[in-house]
Design a protein around this ligand. Structure first.
Ligand SMILES: [Zn+2]
Length: 649
């Protein structure tokens, strides 16, 4: 339904285009379901449930698949590029409210008054453009220096804004539009809640010692500023004003003239913070909260590993980074330690990738009842968990991503998103593992760097355990839809995060460290400040490893079976030297054929251990190994690096 109420009091309906189909199906068990066939969509067949609002099924018809191939980019038919934002906004926090006396209090959000200037370049002849802006925000005007006042309309209750141009703009035209808007907008939840399920929130609702400081996060989920309907990297200038006792962290390099985040002494009404997003960001975010005085002020950290002469990167490359760590009251005492570890992690990632994508980074430690985090470009929000009732701790610890033995794991995961998820985005929901699986693997690599091989094995063991448990729920490529129908986010995290990370580790063992890290850098360099797909990843690794890898990724990312392996070994005289003894390691595969590297460890009577990686890739794979002495034991997959059920005898 389209809101034309300013023109007419009649209700207007959009009808499907010729060739498309919409069927409303009333069912007793599932309520109203909507079946659609939409020729223009890369996945043209869908079945939705309205209440609860869920995608039940979504796929490409055989005809569509034949036409576009296995991969698709939702931006292919984007009519324009968004080049730059200039946003001037004020945020007035409205605290909490409750609908009735007995209801749970909810955070109301901020009253936002804003003017956003968007610089646009037309890609294909354009008569109107569709933007997203939260339905709660009222638009007062849309004007353009080049085109004058513009007519716009909104879809009732939806975030769509359609702006009409006075005449068709030819491809290549550049113009700016200025949108003035205001309204009360709820803040976002953190993108990553490191807990089993939302319902555990209720268990601990009153069990926290201390009241968390309120924080208002506006990020990619909330459409707090007008933006294209598809991810589009853009530069930006943000000027964000807040009441005197609040501070702002946002996606951009904070301007040197900004006031300190924590107010010092008497203030005068409102304070304004500016940020320049010189390196393009996939989306813009900001965090508004009361910071405590005493955070770690911006400090220049040298990124020695970040000068990689081998790759020519688009945009600027940095060899240092301005790091700041700020906190609410409760997290303040953890600032020095977090600052030290964050610098350590960032330096490590810079050395792996040969690059730092963004020149400034602020870590904001916010009070919370539960662990969680979110990492837009230029900053990360990390929950510092208030002391809670023991029962609650037990529940969130049983999550695929809760690595409670390594407290820096969450932080390492969030920081990795500066490279994976932000500098390199993903083309559509299927490709989210390129962000989460990579961030998870980088966090695991940091655990090895900081705590050693045994700790790394422990992390791999958890990745493997959760992957095995939920693998039959679907392929990694299903993205957010994993566990969606059951409302079970653990399935999504077990597969998109953990299985995704393990697939990278298996790939590394298959192609070897040099080709793996060259492949990572190539993929990163080719897709930096752009969205990527698994097809881009395959091409990058194939080029560096000099071998085909399509089948490997189809098996591990597009399909959900896991290898079923049987292992045994025998000792026998060496054929050409009967005086010497060999051990023959044998793997047998049933079901679909995988290519999977498996570690076998020989233990001799002397106590000496010898490990080798066997690449299992046929129905029967045998490896003959000359023995160095009397054999005591043969163990398989002790490093947990192979994602397979392996039975041995
Ligand atoms: Zn993540």
């Amino acid at each position: 339904m389209v809101d034309f109420s300013e023109f007419s009091d009649r209700t207007w309906w959009m009808t499907p285009r010729t060739g498309n189909l919409v069927a409303e199906i009333r069912t007793e068990e599932y309520g109203d379901l909507t079946y659609t066939q939409t020729e223009q969509r890369p996945e043209d067949v869908s079945l939705y449930s309205r209440d609860p609002a869920r995608v039940i099924s979504l796929y490409a018809s055989a005809r569509k698949l034949a036409e576009r191939g296995r991969y698709f980019d939702t931006r292919d038919n984007a009519a324009f590029d968004l080049l730059d934002y200039d946003i001037d906004a004020s945020f007035e926090p409205r605290g909490v409210g409750r609908e009735s006396l007995g209801a749970r209090p909810t955070l109301l959000g901020c009253w936002i008054e804003a003017a956003a200037r968007l610089a646009i370049r037309v890609r294909a002849p354009l008569k109107s453009l569709t933007l997203h802006l939260a339905a709660e925000l009222d638009i007062h005007s849309v004007t353009s220096n080049e085109l004058g006042a513009l007519l716009f309309f909104r879809m009732s209750g939806r975030d769509d804004v359609i702006v009409n141009l006075p005449a068709e703009a030819p491809a290549g035209t550049e113009f700016t539009i200025l949108i003035r808007y205001s309204g009360l907008l709820e803040a976002d939840e953190l993108e990553e809640n490191w807990i089993g399920r939302q319902r555990f929130l209720d268990v601990g609702g009153t069990a926290t010692y201390g009241i968390p400081e309120r924080r208002y996060l506006y990020t990619n989920a909330s459409n707090w500023y007008p933006q294209p309907t598809q991810s589009d990297y853009a530069t930006a200038t943000l000027t964000l004003a807040v009441p005197e006792n609040y501070g702002v962290v946002a996606s951009g390099d904070p301007v040197a003239a900004n006031p300190p985040l924590a107010p010092a002494g008497e203030q005068d009404g409102w304070r304004s913070f500016s940020f320049v997003t010189v390196q393009p960001a996939r989306y813009l975010s900001c965090l508004i909260t009361r910071f405590a005085p005493g955070g770690a002020q911006p400090t220049e950290i040298a990124m020695d590993g970040a000068t990689d002469p081998a790759s020519a990167l688009a945009g600027v490359s940095y060899d240092s980074l301005l790091l700041a760590v700020e906190a609410n009251d409760f997290g303040l005492e953890r600032v020095p330690e977090r600052a030290r570890v964050a610098a350590d992690i960032l330096r490590f990632y810079a050395s792996l990738m040969g690059d730092v994508p963004y020149p400034a980074f602020t870590l904001a430690l916010v009070d919370s009842r539960l662990p969680g985090g979110h990492s837009p470009a230029y900053f990360a929000v990390l929950n510092e968990v208030l002391p809670v009732h023991g029962r609650l701790m037990q529940t969130w610890r049983t999550d695929p991503v809760a690595f409670t033995d390594f407290p820096s794991f969450f932080l390492a995961h969030e920081l990795a998103h500066q490279w994976w998820g932000q500098a390199v985005g993903w083309k559509n929901y299927h490709e989210q593992w390129l962000s989460e699986g990579f961030a998870q693997y980088f966090a695991a690599l940091y655990v090895r760097e900081a705590h050693g091989e045994e700790a790394f094995t422990e992390v791999l063991s958890q990745l493997r355990r959760w992957s095995l448990r939920h693998a039959d729920q679907g392929p990694v490529y299903l993205g957010y839809r994993l566990g969606h129908l059951e409302d079970e986010p653990r399935v999504f995290r077990a597969l998109v995060y953990n299985k995704g990370a393990l697939v990278l580790h298996m790939l590394r063992r298959l192609v070897g460290d040099p080709a793996f890290f060259r492949g990572l850098r190539r993929f990163y360099g080719e897709t930096r400040f752009d969205v990527a797909g698994t097809d881009d990843l395959i091409r990058a690794f194939e080029a560096e490893a000099d071998r085909p890898l399509e089948d490997f990724f189809v098996r591990w990312i597009h399909e959900f079976d896991l290898p079923a392996l049987r292992f045994d070994h025998r000792t026998e005289a060496r054929p050409d030297d009967p005086g010497a003894t060999d051990v023959v390691l044998r793997f047998q595969q049933d079901g679909p054929l995988f290519e999977i590297p498996v570690t076998v460890t020989l233990t001799y009577r002397s106590g000496v251990e010898e490990s080798m990686v066997v690449v299992v890739d046929e129905r029967t794979t045998e490896l003959r190994v000359p023995l160095q002495g009397a054999l005591r034991d043969v163990a398989v997959n002790e490093d947990n690096a192979a994602l397979a059920e392996i039975s041995s005898r």
